[in-house]
Design a binder for this molecule. Structure first.
Ligand code: NDP
Length: 491
């Protein structure tokens, strides 16, 4: 990368008004990999002014859907053509294994394609109401949208946010995590290259408590969309009350992965590893609570521990690595603190949970994947989102207890059930208070299907037609086909 990476505001690559910069770190070795400009509230305000002008005055709001689709298809193609470059950069900045980063780039391009296609599809309704009236219902873009994303899927979250917003005709101020801005910067270079008009898509770099808060509270922003922790989500929600912003929140989880004794044993073990340890466990939907039917508990844990110990942890760019470092030293320490807490609370650590200091990994933020058994529902490690490679196991006797334990959480993002009894699988899933669920699988995500949570896991849905609708206002248009006087008042 070049020596100083800038932000993209109103079609220009600019420095921060205050002249500040920030070093970006490779979590695999703690080295500086780039220096980026560090914006603040006043930079965000410039972006908001540009987005407002682009929407209301420059005509983006009236751009034909076919043109919005053309630009987004071009963006998807440009991104896909650079898969290697983007994947390597994502791994360098976030730490994840390269094969995961490659999937993320493919998924991001597919997400842009999905929304490019959706831009031109029918979105309205018509009703014959009372003769001679005809009612049309149309969907219109909301206006200026602020979007704030976390560090766990930097590029993919950018696609999930920018795809539906731009396809629906909004203008955008996008803020990546201060820790992981690099692929977003490269994505905005492509946004510029494919020809999005100036001011339509703006990239503001900076911290959550400055740029993020400005986005949440700015009165000229009509909608704020956020992915991240529940505590941050709550503060964004409060800041957004000033002008009654439309909000979408995709927050944390402590999602149950329920294994019944009649499940395909090896398949369930395999998916359980995928449920919790993909992306170092830094996944909002992670199956971070494993609920196992009592009769297979010991055998299942034995096999799971055996396989967990074989997960190859190392720098994501290294051949054969299956799990990378955690995102930062601060976050690593937070995860390690949870491991200590789990031991103090009386849970049994079956494997892992230590920082990895040998094999040349001592400068990175590597943690061995960990599994806790002998938990009780009230333990903090069972209730709180750890957001790392730490699995907590809970035992259940029957279906009823499984459901009760599964729902015993403030969260409601995701959940999975493994059983060979199809009716039981569906019965249990229907009782789960969660928005994203799987039967005999865990984690696969599809652009077509809505993504989001119940309870404190969020508000609204991303992806699918639901995600598109989140970026639209609904207007009714009532047309009198026989425009004669109504005659209500007699004189
Ligand atoms: P945050 O939720 O704090 O960060 C997510 C995004 O929000 C980042 O862009 C961040 O900016 C921004 N942000 C932070 N504070 C504010 C604010 N006051 N107003 C507006 N925007 C803000 O995640 P953390 O990195 O602090 O992680 C904390 C915990 O949150 C994790 O350990 C995990 O439990 C959870 N989390 C959940 C995620 C999910 O997908 N559900 C994703 C990430 C974290 P910046 O980083 O630039 O400061």
């Amino acid at each position: 990368m070049e020596s100083l990476e800038k932000m993209y505001i109103d079609g220009q690559w600019v420095s921060a008004l205050a002249g500040k910069t920030r070093n970006i770190i490779n979590p695999a070795d703690g080295c500086v990999i780039a220096t980026v400009v560090e914006g603040a509230a006043e930079d965000a305000q410039l972006a908001v002014a540009a987005a407002k002008r682009a929407f209301y005055e420059d005509g983006w709001m009236e751009t034909p859907p076919v043109e919005r689709a053309r630009l987004m298809f071009a963006l998807a193609d440009a991104l896909e053509q650079r898969t290697d470059k983007f994947a390597k950069l994502e791994t360098l900045n976030n730490g994840k294994a390269l094969r995961e980063a490659e999937c993320d780039v493919g998924d991001a391009a597919a997400c842009f394609r999905y929304y490019a296609g959706l831009a031109t599809k029918p979105h309205g309704q018509t009703y014959d109401v009372v003769d001679p009236m005809q009612t049309l219902v149309v969907r219109e873009p909301i206006g200026v949208c602020g979007q704030i994303v976390p560090w766990n899927y930097p590029l993919l979250m950018a696609a999930w946010k920018l795809g539906p917003a731009l396809a629906a005709g909004n203008t955008v101020i996008f803020k990546p995590s201060e820790l992981t801005p690099l692929t977003a910067i490269k994505l905005f270079e492509l946004i510029e290259a494919v020809g999005y008009p100036k001011g339509v898509a703006n990239l503001v770099l900076g911290a959550g408590n400055t740029v993020g808060q400005e986005i949440a509270k700015n009165y000229d922003i009509d909608k704020v969309a956020f992915t991240g922790g529940t505590t941050t989500g709550r503060s964004i929600m409060m800041a957004a009350t000033g002008n009654i912003k439309n909000i979408s929140l995709e927050l944390g989880g402590k999602s149950p992965n329920i294994i019944f004794a009649d499940a395909d044993f090896e398949a369930a073990v395999d998916w359980t590893l995928f449920a919790i340890f993909i992306n170092q466990g830094e996944v909002c939907s992670a199956g971070s609570r494993l609920l196992i039917e009592e009769s297979i508990h010991d055998e299942f844990i034995e096999r799971l521990v055996e396989r967990t110990k074989k997960i190859k942890v190392g720098p994501g760019l290294e051949e054969g690595v299956e799990m990378g470092p955690l995102i930062s030293e601060t976050h690593m320490n937070r995860v390690l603190d949870y491991v200590e807490l789990g031991k103090k609370e009386g849970a049994k650590l079956m494997c892992g949970g230590q920082r990895i200091l040998g094999d040349g990994l001592e400068k990175g933020y590597f943690v061995e994947p960990a599994i806790f058994t002998n938990t009780t529902p009230d333990m903090r490690i069972v209730q709180e989102e750890i957001f790392g490679p730490v699995l907590v196991v809970q035992k259940f006797k029957d279906e009823k207890e499984a459901i009760a334990l599964a729902n015993n959480t403030i969260y409601g993002l995701a959940g999975g059930v493994f059983t060979q009894d199809g009716a039981k699988g569906l019965r249990v899933i229907k009782k789960l208070r969660a928005g994203i669920t799987w039967i005999n699988a865990y984690n696969p995500t599809y652009n077509e299907a809505p993504w989001g949570g119940y309870k404190q896991s969020g508000i609204g849905r991303e992806l699918g037609t639901f995600g598109f609708e989140e970026y639209t206002e609904v207007k009714q248009i009532n047309i009198n086909l026989d425009p004669s006087p109504i005659g209500w008042f007699k004189n």
